[in-house]
Design a protein around this ligand. Structure first.
Ligand code: GLU
Length: 319
């Protein structure tokens, strides 16, 4: 049997903050999707984002997920321990001249915007394309970003296992994107997009599941899979959990950290019931066990719309 015959997905928390209700929904559904078909779940700690990573959040994330009843298989993959591997693959892209160093500041990029940008990210106008990849004195002195060269403008497409066909011309909506940064001390740090692709490939992930705010990243990552001659996994993006104001769930909407419920000695059944209800898996107001959700799980039952969390929901859940 080939590696890819096994269904395998991953949980990839970032320890930049505590896991909240939104993370709980995505991770629960990821786990249910895998376990309901006898698949495997890999745990990957995405702790590369240095200034914002907090060591205590790593242990807290594992404890939060265990409290919810979620488990995973095999060794945990910790990104901060894999920098050498990332660096080798980054060097390969450099040698193939698929990346280039960029010295533009955010303000430079902002000033160059020709049209209002609809997405979260700024569109990079590829100003530094054509820069030589050889590390030179300027890079060592100022540091730089390394961008992946997307080439000519074209529509890219992929089939999303939840959202259906997705298409975009990311050469216009995002532009060449950052895959690494060289610090002023000359250190090369690989960024999320590249590390994610390297790890998903190495872990034999067959389906990447995450919230729909990362659809844009999926287009970028597919280009990296192709550049590295990796086989492209399937993708499934779930509706994001948002506050009543339509914005991504955050502190301003009230405390929704799982660690807060744990600290109060709550059991997870009420939260599982609420999450299950938002996924069409159980009636409103139910308190359920994880096994009950597993026995009725069906991806087709999950509503397509984003989930709005109100202050009343948070109160009901015991926050
Ligand atoms: N670490 C990211 C997050 O917590 C997820 C990235 C991914 O699933 O690719 O939002």
């Amino acid at each position: 049997m080939s590696e890819r015959a096994v269904y395998r997905t991953r949980l990839a928390p970032s320890p930049t903050g505590a896991l909240h209700l939104g993370n709980a929904r995505t991770f629960l559904l990821t786990w249910l999707r895998a376990r309901s078909q006898g698949g495997e779940v890999v745990m990957r700690m995405e702790d590369l984002d240095h200034p914002r990573v907090k060591a205590e959040k790593v242990e807290q994330a594992y404890a939060d997920l265990h409290w919810l009843g979620l488990n995973w298989d095999g060794q945990i993959l910790v990104q901060s321990r894999r920098k050498k591997i990332y660096r080798e693959i980054f060097d390969k892209l450099c040698r193939r001249e698929m990346v280039y160093p960029c010295f533009c500041s955010r303000a430079d990029i902002q000033a160059a915007q020709s049209a209002p940008n609809l997405g979260d990210d700024l569109v990079y106008p590829n100003t530094c394309r054509g820069n030589n990849t050889k590390i030179n004195a300027v890079m060592a002195e100022r540091g730089c970003a390394w961008r992946f060269n997307l080439g000519a403008s074209r529509i890219l497409k992929y089939y999303d296992n939840f959202m259906g066909w997705q298409e975009a011309d990311i050469t216009r909506t995002s532009g060449d994107f950052v895959i690494a940064r060289t610090t002023v001390s000359g250190l090369v740090n690989v960024a999320y997009q590249l590390a994610c692709v390297i790890d998903d490939n190495e872990s034999g992930i067959t389906e990447v599941i995450r919230a729909d705010d990362l659809v844009n990243s999926t287009f970028r990552q597919i280009e990296l899979y192709k550049a590295l001659d990796y086989s492209v996994p399937e993708f499934l993006h779930l509706p994001l959990v948002i506050g009543a104001d339509g914005r991504r769930l955050a502190k301003r909407h009230g405390d929704s950290r799982l660690s807060c419920l744990r600290a109060r000695g709550q059991r997870p059944q009420r939260l599982l019931g609420w999450l299950g209800y938002t996924c069409g898996l159980c009636p409103e107001g139910a308190e359920v066990e994880l096994d009950e959700l597993l026995s009725v799980f069906d991806i087709n039952l999950i509503p397509k719309s984003r989930v709005i969390v109100t202050a009343a929901d948070l109160e009901y859940l015991g926050f």
